[in-house]
Design a protein around this ligand. Structure first.
Ligand code: ADP
Ligand code: ZN
Length: 728
């Protein structure tokens, strides 16, 4: 993909943010912005939406107005921009008149580069007067799905935002959202009347997230295990969110964890605003690492170093799941998403959806669509297909690899039970023998041959199915019964106060042997003992912890959230490279000039004293174990995927993919490059290089009439015999 983004832009990007490249979808959006064209940006949480309007704003000057419905997010964004030295501000309704006047002055004097306001404020009559009209270069509309009634949080006032166009005729409009459905996308384009917009959509895959769905057993014990698994070597807990369905579940689980000595806070809409604010602040400032919450928690929480998200209950839909799990690993480092699945939670959720639909007298079609969405997420949990693939395909995109290496299915943690058919038949015949008059627990008792008083009282030990599944565990049976309910082999029927387990519509086909059901088993023993390391490159763990302590102290002193002061990714890179001089800090991705100016001395000093004390070498390159990054490129290249496809799957620029391809070619691991460059192009490049007697890219590019993009020239040059000299 060729870009017209000038080199000066990348210098600015490096200087301010410390980023060495743009992600593919960012390139398209930023290119449009620099050309004053409208754009729609669709990226999942953590995809890097904010840079799409922030970077052009800094590059071009003038003022960019950002409309955002989430007050807490605006504060985060403003703090984040100020951290890297960009003048940013937001309008708060509770500012004093004096503060408002001061801000209005700054705006009029064109001192603010990025200005955040709520839609309500932006629609007030006097809004445009705050600005020197021509001075406003762009209006960015964040959470743009709010404009659509098909979205999950429709806000009618969003539709009036197109009025802003009249006041700022010179400004282009950039709409941003994480909602991927086609219908919402089209609605945004229509409602905001974007003019021949550049639509840039990034992959919805989040390769740094590892997904697991495990059967729910003892939720408290499972949560403890997960929190412990994510502790650092010195025992420090990592940031995590545990989602529960009801407020009561939140209170209960939070208290139980606290009673076990875990530092957690609860969060739900039933708490007072002060309590909620306190919980949120504690989590953002890393005074507490784990929040137990209802889904009310998360809107407006941007903490980027959340290392795990647990669903202790089923989410409402795939979209909710994607959004809730998306809060993990926004910094791009490894994170884990674990669903503790139980069929009874599905039943509770179903009842909840139905009763709330009834309360609001929602039309039947509406309720049906909610239930269908619930079915889709259940099916996601109960089908042994790569979780990454399932999610990406749900959002209408293709997933290019067979093994993601980052989900329970691909990691081989789920097995098909060998004697599935016999086990299913045994469970069905037991239900049948018991006259379909008992609940799940009683049936499990009989299958296991328990010696309980109820069994004796009912005379169940004389049943022919008594004890026929002895040797399995209770949790296993519960999980299989859940799977059979989902496969419609069994069903739950409510009768007065009892839930009876009965034969489902598909039961006959199994009992008669015409259908072979497949049961799955989670191989719990293979769940890793420790979470994945944070980063894909090797880093010094103890130094990282030391840097995290430094960050916490500094953040407390400067009254800014630790993750905004410096991301986990930057700290991990520092702990890997261990720079010995200030000017080597620029190599760290995500460390901008202002940060280096403010903290560089301290960082280098801290690293130096650590390294000399421990005799650890300094000034190291980043080392990627082959098992990770390189191989994920290699596998895709060997499948002969296009460079664009790989770039989008791995969320990197085409130039990065090219770099790996060139490496493979030079090693002789890839010989045929016809997928990426035609023979003719290779010939042209070689001839030009010969004529020029040089391997420098720009002269070759010009010699080929600027027709062959740079990345193709690189590939073609790698195909030259070694004696022809190296490339420039
Ligand atoms: P979103 O708003 O889409 O949820 P953010 O704008 O918060 O995503 O970005 C997510 C993370 O990715 C942030 O930590 C940000 O610093 C980082 N990021 C964004 N763009 C780049 C880039 N080009 N290179 C490196 N990191 C980036
Ligand atoms: Zn997978």
């Amino acid at each position: 993909m060729s870009t017209t983004i000038p080199a000066r832009f990348f210098q600015m990007l490096q200087e301010v943010w410390g980023f060495s490249e743009l992600r593919q979808a960012q390139v398209q959006a930023i290119q449009a912005a620099l050309e004053d064209r409208d754009a729609l940006v669709v990226m999942p949480t953590g995809g890097g939406k904010s840079l799409c309007y922030q970077a052009p704003a800094v590059f071009r000057g003038g003022c960019t107005i950002v409309i955002s419905p989430l007050i807490a997010l605006m504060k985060d964004q403003v703090d984040g921009l100020r951290q890297v030295g960009v003048p940013a501000a937001r309008w708060e309704s509770n500012m004093s008149n004096q503060e408002k006047r001061a801000l209005a002055n700054e705006l009029r004097q064109q001192k603010i580069r990025v200005f955040f306001a709520s839609p309500e404020r932006a629609l007030q009559k006097d809004f445009a007067e705050l600005f020197e009209g021509n001075h406003v270069r762009m209006i960015a509309i964040d959470e743009a799905h709010c404009v659509s009634q098909w979205g999950h949080d429709f806000r009618p006032e969003y539709r009036q935002l197109l009025e802003l166009r009249k006041h700022f005729p010179k400004a282009s409009v950039m709409a941003l959202t994480a909602t991927a459905t086609e219908r919402v996308r089209r609605d945004i384009l229509d409602q905001l009347q974007l003019r021949s917009p550049q639509v840039s959509i990034s992959s919805f895959d989040r390769p740094n997230l590892t997904y697991r769905v495990i059967p729910q057993a003892n939720v408290l014990a499972q949560c403890k295990e997960i929190i412990d698994r994510h502790r650092s070597a010195s025992g420090q807990a990592a940031g995590g969110i545990i989602y529960c369905l009801r407020r009561a579940d939140v209170d209960q689980l939070a208290e139980a964890l606290q009673a076990c000595g875990y530092s957690v806070v609860g969060y739900h809409a039933g708490m007072s605003p002060e309590q909620r604010m306190q919980a949120q602040d504690a989590f953002i400032n890393e005074k507490v690492q784990v929040v137990v919450a209802t889904v009310a928690f998360g809107m407006g929480i941007d903490r980027s170093n959340v290392r795990f998200v647990v669903h202790a209950s089923i989410p409402k839909s795939m979209e909710h799941y994607q959004q809730e799990t998306g809060r993990a690993g926004r910094d791009g480092l490894n994170a884990e998403c674990i669903m503790l699945f139980a069929m009874r939670d599905v039943a509770s959720m179903r009842n909840l959806l139905i009763s709330s639909a009834n309360e609001n007298s929602a039309p039947k079609a509406w309720t049906d669509s909610l239930l269908q969405q619930l079915d889709e997420i259940v099916s996601f949990c109960k089908t042994p297909v790569c979780r990454h693939r399932k999610i990406v395909e749900y959002f209408g995109q293709r997933y290019p690899t067979d093994n993601c290496g980052a989900c329970d299915v691909c990691l081989g943690e789920i097995d098909v039970v060998k004697d599935s058919k016999v086990i299913a038949q045994k469970i069905l015949s037991c239900v049948h023998r018991m006259g379909e008059r008992f609940g799940t627990l009683a049936i499990i008792d009989v299958l296991l041959g328990s010696n309980s008083r109820d069994i004796q009282r009912r005379g169940h030990e004389s049943l022919s199915t008594f004890g026929i599944l002895k040797g399995h565990t209770r949790n296993e049976l519960r999980d299989w019964i859940d799977q059979m309910i989902h496969a419609k082999l069994l069903k739950i029927t409510k009768e007065s106060n009892y839930s009876l387990l009965q034969l489902g519509p598909e039961a006959k086909s199994v009992l008669f042997g015409t259908h072979n059901p497949v049961l799955l088993r989670t191989v719990i023993s293979q769940t890793p003992e420790a979470a994945k390391p944070l980063a894909r490159f090797a880093y010094d763990q103890a130094l990282l912890e030391r840097l995290m302590e430094w960050r916490q102290e500094t953040a407390d002193r400067e009254k800014v959230a630790p993750y905004l002061l410096m991301s986990d990714g930057v700290l991990a890179e520092l702990a890997a490279r261990r720079p010995s001089k200030i000017d080597r800090l620029t190599a760290v991705n995500g460390l901008g000039a202002k940060q280096i100016g403010l903290h560089g001395d301290q960082l280098v000093g801290l690293i130096e004293s650590y390294c000399s004390l421990k005799s650890v070498p300094m000034d190291q390159p980043l080392r990627f174990p082959t098992s990770y990054v390189r191989e994920s490129y290699g596998a895709r290249l060997k499948q002969r995927q296009s460079l664009e496809q790989i770039a989008s799957a791995l969320n990197v620029a085409v130039s990065t993919v090219t770099k790996y391809l060139v490496e493979y070619i030079l090693e002789g691991a890839i010989e045929d490059v016809s997928t990426w460059v035609s023979d003719l192009e290779v010939q042209q490049v070689h001839q030009a290089a010969e004529r020029l007697g040089s391997g420098q890219l720009t002269p070759i590019f010009e010699a080929c009439n600027s027709q062959i993009p740079y990345h193709k020239i690189r590939i073609a040059m790698a195909m030259r015999p070694a004696s022809c000299g190296s490339q420039g």
